[in-house]
Design a protein around this ligand. Structure first.
Ligand code: ZN
Length: 376
C-alpha cells in the first residue's frame, strides 16, 4: 500500500509527504525514530499547529500502556521538533518562553495538568481557569483614574463616574479616545439600539461587546429587574425592536392583545416545533415562564408573565443570527395564535422547515392538533 513518509520537518512540524511503501521515504530512511510513529498514531499526517494537537499527542502517550518513560518520550518529541519555536498559540493568547528548556518543561506541565483535570473530571478547577481567562479579557476594561475620558458622565443615566460602583464602570478605547459607560446600561443600549458608540456613532468592535458580556458575567452585575421596564408597553416595545432587527415585522400593540392562555399555547407550540427541529437549546427558554403560568394560585402575576415573556423573547432574538431557527419557530408559533402576527409573517418563512404548514404525517402535527384541542 502506498503511504506517506511519517518523518516530520523541524519547527513547522509538517509531514514529509513523499509517497512511500514503507514508513519512511528513501530520503528519510535513516531518520527513522519512534517519536514519528507515536505522532503518526496519535494524530495521523496532520501538521502540529495548535496546543490541541500537542495535547492529543500527550494524551496518546499517557493513554497507551505500551509506551514507557512517558515524560521522556513527550519531551523528546518537543525537543526534536520545536527547536527555534518557543512560542505557543493558545485559544486566548500567545505564550513565549525565554528559552528552549523552559518551553519544554512548561508545555509538559501544562499538558500534564490538563490531562489530570480531564481524567478526574475536575470541573471546579476548569471553572477557575475559565474565570481567570475571563479576567484576562476584561482587565483592559477596568476603570483607571489616571486615564482622561472623553465623556464626563454615563450617557445613559447621567451619573458621574464616582457615583457609579467601581465594578460597573466599563471602559473602552476608540481611536485613542477613552470612554467610560455603565456596563449594564451600555449592554441594554447595544441590545435595543445597535452596536455603536452613542458619542461617535461608530460601530463598536465585536471584541469589545464580547468583553462587555464577560465583564458583566465576571462581576455578576447582570440586572434581573425586568430590564428597567416600568410598564408592559415598554417591555413589548423593546421586544418589537429586537424582533424587527432580525427581519420580522411586529407591533407592540399585538403583544398587548395576547392573553395568558395564548402565551401558554405559543410557548408550548414553540417547544414542540423546536423539539422536532432538534434544537437542543430551545429548552433553556421560557422555563421560568412556564412555572409562573402553571402557578394558578397566584392571580397577581399577570404582569410578571408579560415581563418574563418579553425577557425570554429578547434572549432568543438577541442572538438571532445563531438562533435563527429558534426565531423562526417562535414567529410561526405566535402566528398560529394571533392573526396580527399571522398576517405579517413573511412568505419565505414557510420554506423554513415547518411541521405546521408542510409536514402532514408527523407526530408533531398530531401534537399541535392535540394542544389546540386541549387549550381552546
Ligand atoms: Zn520523507
Amino acid at each position: 500500500m502506498n503511504n506517506y513518509c511519517i518523518f516530520r520537518n523541524i519547527n513547522d512540524c509538517k509531514c514529509c509527504f513523499f509517497k512511500t511503501k514503507n514508513k519512511y521515504c528513501n530520503l528519510h530512511i535513516n531518520n527513522a525514530n519512534l517519536i514519528y510513529e507515536i505522532i503518526n498514531d496519535a494524530i495521523g499526517f496532520r501538521q502540529i499547529k495548535t496546543t490541541n494537537d500537542i495535547y492529543l499527542i500527550f494524551k496518546y502517550i499517557y493513554d497507551t500502556p505500551t509506551i514507557y518513560i512517558k515524560e521522556g518520550i513527550f519531551k523528546k518529541i518537543l525537543k526534536s521538533l520545536f527547536i527555534k519555536q518557543w512560542t505557543i498559540k493558545t485559544k486566548y493568547n500567545y505564550i513565549t518562553y525565554q528559552n528552549h528548556e523552559l518551553f519544554i518543561n512548561e508545555i509538559f506541565k501544562l499538558n500534564l495538568n490538563t490531562y489530570k483535570i480531564e481524567k478526574n473530571n475536575d470541573l471546579s478547577f476548569l471553572i477557575k481557569i475559565k474565570n481567570f481567562m475571563n479576567y484576562i479579557s476584561i482587565r483592559n476594561h477596568l476603570y483607571k483614574s489616571n486615564i482622561t475620558y472623553t465623556n464626563e458622565t454615563d450617557p445613559f443615566t447621567f451619573d458621574k463616574f464616582e457615583e457609579i460602583p467601581f465594578k460597573e464602570r466599563f471602559i473602552f478605547c476608540e481611536d485613542n479616545n477613552y470612554y467610560c459607560f455603565k456596563a449594564c446600561d451600555f449592554k441594554y443600549f447595544i441590545r435595543t439600539n445597535g452596536n455603536w458608540n452613542p458619542y461617535t456613532k461608530k460601530i463598536i468592535e465585536p471584541k469589545v461587546i464580547n468583553n462587555l458580556e464577560k465583564f458583566i458575567d465576571y462581576f455578576k452585575i447582570n440586572k434581573n429587574n425586568n430590564n428597567n421596564w416600568k410598564t408592559v408597553e415598554q417591555a413589548f416595545t423593546d421586544v418589537s425592536l429586537i424582533i424587527q432587527k432580525i427581519g420580522f415585522y411586529t407591533n407592540m400593540q399585538w403583544f398587548l392583545k395576547l392573553s395568558k392562555i395564548q402565551i401558554r399555547n405559543i410557548i408550548r407550540l414553540f417547544r414542540v416545533i423546536s423539539l422536532r427541529n432538534n434544537n437542543n437549546n430551545h429548552e433553556e427558554y421560557f422555563r421560568d415562564l412556564m412555572l409562573l403560568i402553571f402557578d394558578d394560585n397566584n392571580n397577581d402575576n399577570n404582569n410578571e408573565i408579560y415581563y418574563s415573556f418579553a425577557r425570554n423573547i429578547i434572549r432568543i432574538f438577541e442572538n438571532g443570527d445563531s438562533n435563527f431557527l429558534l426565531c423562526c419557530n417562535f414567529m410561526k408559533s405566535i402566528g398560529v395564535y394571533s392573526n396580527d402576527f399571522y398576517n405579517s409573517l413573511p412568505e419565505w418563512l414557510s420554506d423554513i422547515e415547518s411541521p405546521i404548514i408542510i409536514n402532514s404525517n408527523s407526530l408533531t402535527q398530531n401534537l399541535v392538533y392535540l394542544i389546540n384541542i386541549i387549550e381552546n
